[in-house]
Ligand binder design. Structure first.
Ligand SMILES: [Zn+2]
Length: 67
């Protein structure tokens, strides 16, 4: 199921559908604050490239949060 884009809690930008799905995957499905990929990367101490790789992994695994 494709997620609806959400405002980023960190920078006021937009967390797109994949970013929202990744927030839920990494922080729990009940999260109410979402971060765009660059803010999420900064919070987790990883690179945006790492997160993009994670998204591809979850998609390849058939995770239903990713549309
Ligand atoms: Zn942000």
């Amino acid at each position: 199921m494709k997620q609806s884009p959400q405002p980023c809690y960190g920078c006021g930008g937009t967390a797109d559908s994949d970013a929202v799905a990744l927030n839920k995957k990494l922080l729990g499905e009940k999260v109410s604050k979402f971060f765009c990929l660059s803010c999420l990367a900064e919070n987790l101490g990883v690179s945006v490239e790492d997160l993009l790789a994670k998204i591809e992994e979850f998609k390849a695994a058939g995770c239903k949060l990713f549309g």
